[in-house]
Design a protein around this ligand. Structure first.
Ligand SMILES: Nc1ncnc2c1ncn2[C@@H]1O[C@H](COP(=O)(O)OP(=O)(O)OP(=O)(O)O)[C@@H](O)[C@H]1O
Ligand SMILES: [Mg+2]
Length: 256
């Protein structure tokens, strides 16, 4: 059983797109639980248009509802989801001021009893470094940090900074004894055939070596935005980005 977090302090680098597609891909051979830990609920809305009416991670963390009420089956036979919505912002604030218990361990305490029911748990995180991210780190075996060559920024400083903030946060959590160790990997996303994208990829692969996953995810907007697919590009093997995600799923399985 493995728990994988998609995490970066930089927004819009494909955390959600990657979370939902590897969750669907991994569910073809095993039971998968996707945890939406982003108060924006972006993963949740891909599965359920009525996600605002569903109980989910906030209710579980508050112990207000049962697992059966908060874990929802999806249209994919082996894939369940614990959805999220904006009340997670409120819970985050409550956690900051709580005077009881270890607040960093709340997600771990919720997930531990159900780990045995799944082969993989995938956690989609919001773009931040905060108490929710600490909660995700405390219960993850692996962190995948998606990094996209930001075409608007020739020095790629936003992309590198977002990745480095997350890497530093993981290293600090290890140094401070919060977590024992962490298998972290970098995933190149939204790559294209431009020279800038190639320079960025070459830099990352030479600077970070094997930490960079072999598979990169190309930029291909049409299938991601296709309303009928809701972002599940891996569902049919008929697009480049769908095949990229299939390769990524194979690579993740090979790391297990
Ligand atoms: N490989 C891709 N090719 C084209 N568009 C993509 C690709 N991956 C993601 N996108 C688009 O880029 C935007 C950001 O992607 P996504 O929501 O997955 O990022 P995120 O890191 O989860 O963002 P946030 O930080 O807000 O949670 C979305 O509009 C998504 O459809
Ligand atoms: Mg997201």
């Amino acid at each position: 059983m493995k728990t994988i977090s998609l995490m970066s302090a930089k927004g819009g680098c494909s955390k959600t797109t990657t979370s939902i597609n590897i969750a669907v891909g991994l569910s073809e051979t095993g039971k998968v639980l996707l945890v939406d830990l982003d108060p924006q609920g972006n993963s949740s809305k891909r599965f359920f248009s009525n996600y605002l009416e569903l109980d989910g991670i906030c209710e579980l963390l508050r112990k207000e509802k049962t697992y059966d009420e908060c874990i929802h089956h999806t249209k994919f036979p082996n894939l369940d989801i614990i959805p999220s919505k904006r009340n997670l912002f409120v819970l985050k604030k409550e956690m900051l001021y709580a005077s009881h218990g270890i607040q960093q361990l709340r997600l771990k305490n919720v997930l531990d009893p159900i780990r045995k029911d799944y082969d993989y748990i995938i956690i989609d995180n919001h773009p931040d470094i905060d108490l929710l991210i600490s909660n995700a780190l405390m219960c993850s075996d692996m962190v995948i940090i998606p990094v996209n060559p930001d075409a608007d920024n020739i020095m790629f400083s936003d992309s590198i900074e977002g990745m480095n903030l997350t890497l530093t946060n993981i290293k600090e959590a290890i140094d401070e004894g919060e977590i024992a160790e962490m298998d972290f990997r970098i995933l190149l996303t939204m790559t294209d055939r431009t020279r800038a994208s190639q320079i960025f990829e070459d830099y990352l692969r030479s600077a970070y070596g094997d930490l960079v996953l072999k598979t990169d995810i190309n930029y291909q907007s049409a299938p991601v935005k296709n309303k009928n697919r809701s972002g599940f590009v891996i569902e049919k093997d008929d697009t480049r980005i769908g095949r990229n995600y299939q390769s990524l799923v194979d690579e993740i399985r090979s790391l297990s």
